[in-house]
Design a protein around this ligand. Sequence first.
Ligand code: ADP
Ligand code: ZN
Length: 780
Amino acid sequence: MIARVSLEIALRKEFDYLIPPGLAGQIEVGSRVQVPFGPRKIHGCVTALAEESARANLKPILKVIGAQTMVTPKVLQLARWIAEYYCCAPETALKSVLPEAIRKKRGTEEGWKKQLFVRALPPSSEFPKLPKRQQEVWNLIEERREMLLTEVLELAETTAATVRKLEDRGLVEITSEISERDPYAREHILPSQPLLLNPAQQKALEEIKSRMSEIRNRKSETGSPTSDLRLPPSVFLLHGVTGSGKTEIYLQALAHALAQGQGAIVLVPEISLTPQTVERFKARFSSGKLQTLVAVLHSHLSTGERHDEWHKIRQGRARIVIGARSAIFAPVEPLGLVIVDEEHEHTYKQEEAPRYHARDVAIMRGEMEGAVVVLGSATPSLESYYNCKKGKYTLLELPERVDNQKMPHVRVVDMRQAAKEKGPPIFSPQLKEAITQRLERGEQTILFLNRRGYSTALQCPKCGFVANCPNCSLALTYHRIEQNLSCHICGHHEKVPAVCPNPKCKNPAIRFAGTGTKKVEETLAKLFPDARVRRMDADTMKRKDDYRKTLGDFRAGKTDILVGTQMIAKGLHFPNVTLVGIIYADLALHQPDFRAGERTFQLLTQVAGRAGRGDVEGEVFVQAFTPFHPAIQYARRHDFTGFYEQEIEFREQLKYPPLSRVALLTLKGRNEDKVKFSAEHLKRELERALVGEKPLSRPPDTLSPPSGERDGARGTFKNLIIAGPAPAPLLRAEQFYRYQIMLRTRTMSKLSQQLAKIIETLALPDDVTLAVDIDPVNLG
Ligand code: ADP
Ligand code: ZN
């Protein structure tokens, strides 16, 4: 027998090895093995078994690592799909399906357990003043609570002696014992009972449950592998406003999966994976003796914790997995249900290779394993809603809040009126007045400032004019240093106008630079010297505990006004918050991305959902220089379908997703000329291979027509659009220059295959790298 092995080193190939008689019967697809490779011994994963190999003189596998296969054959199949669809090397895909804590494990499970752990101990008295080095090491250990000693040494670049000093001070404990580490064990969780559903919830749950039962019956009738069953894709989109009771539906659907003898995976965005959320699931399924029924996976777990959770799942002790993006690879078997909460969230997309989208992987996994997939959101992505319209997914709607509370009143403030010579103010008189009222009444306020993205558009603060690309209908990126405006899709560029091009305006101070959360905080201090203000952004929230503490203080009423970035936009319930202010809605709206409008709509809707969750009706102020933009107006009216209808028209006209699929190719290097030249070379190669046209037959900087004559060309791709190369919005980052090419097509899988071939033979200079992003969510 032969085993095909994917090696854990960066090679795009798999290798055949002999299964020696001594190991016969012990090796299956998914086994981890040690094999000889040249003079070295390295680890790999068995991806297939075969009777014979095309090659002679095969070397034998040396040994099997671990008793249990580390990847289920089904997850392995998923990894293959990821490699193909997202155009990455098989071993890159494999690495993401197998958590590092499992991969890095040396020797057997027993051997691993004999390694030393370092655990933070609560200081008994006054926390001592530590030398700088020790303090740094302590901070690291405290944050993770428990780590492998080797991990501490590696991450803190320190020696065991330093850790021993902390031990001498009684701050840490070094032990060889692996504790029952439940990251949430300290919280005392009260069990919860299923609620009586309202009619809309009832109807939605029934549909999900009956599809689950139907699939399960078909599986058990035939007893054949799911891939042969040709099951209908069973994806539901649960569209329900915030507070409409989606989570309760998830909980009852999960209970149904358990009752059917199946396991489930719940994906939530990392940011909402708070103890609050996890507690709701644990309270329903793992109170008392069933403590281990729910496993939690997220990026803050220590290696030891991750290891435990993963094994709990693999051994079937945990039946429900809740986690961020990578939890979609959890070895749950048999899998009956996958829930993707806040499915529109962009954090589901991994930004480094493999650049997979966990929602889409979830749908693929559901199809492969015959699991029902439920996508939930108050503001579904255009992609998912479009798929409902096309009949691919089933739409389930929860139009009302469970408690019949009114949606908050959203007021849009026209900031153009307020703009002065010195630039626009941060607070309009209306918002100032509203804050004053809240302070007088002892109610709380959240102020929100979006600073996502580094690129800014050029917008006139007096009339709201935005400089757009004539070809792509997207905001042009304003490059401050070069003093120009450019489109990063088609490459169009122009000079920064001296005065506002709007003939009715001609404002000479067109360059509005925006502001930061710190500035907002300072201005607040001046306007309301007695208010207790806290700021929450990446600068003030360096440690895990900062986040919890700031929110804890806010919840306890120790803060009057919370100022923050998107960190505070979602998932939090604060009954005493009756006012939410969005300082500059335009900052999100005029990002050079075709999803900017969609994002703004989502953001405003989610932020508005923070107001008025208690007894008092909430109020939301949206300050904007383009107050009549549809994204703002539809959000004001809480009208998702209205927004969808007009937005889909825009996407249709310019052939943006979901009316097409996008592949974004980014070239990066230190030498701008080389990067640019390589990008042009790649563009010619793409045209030659995909379109079959002669290179340079058209001016490189124009967007090809979305349809029409190209269909008759020799190439196989209908309606293919190749735009660029163009400088990326963030042209120079950390001394790297970046150029990109954007491809749009109708069906992606065929294009992925072709791209993989083109890339394999593409000759690039050594210091220029290429990144392929299929279905990108960030066009920067
Ligand atoms: P969503 O996930 O859509 O934001 P939740 O599931 O969190 O909504 O529900 C909001 C609140 O309403 C929660 O406190 C939840 O316990 C409560 N709730 C949900 N469904 C019901 C119901 N059928 N009856 C009473 N309360 C409910
Ligand atoms: Zn353009």
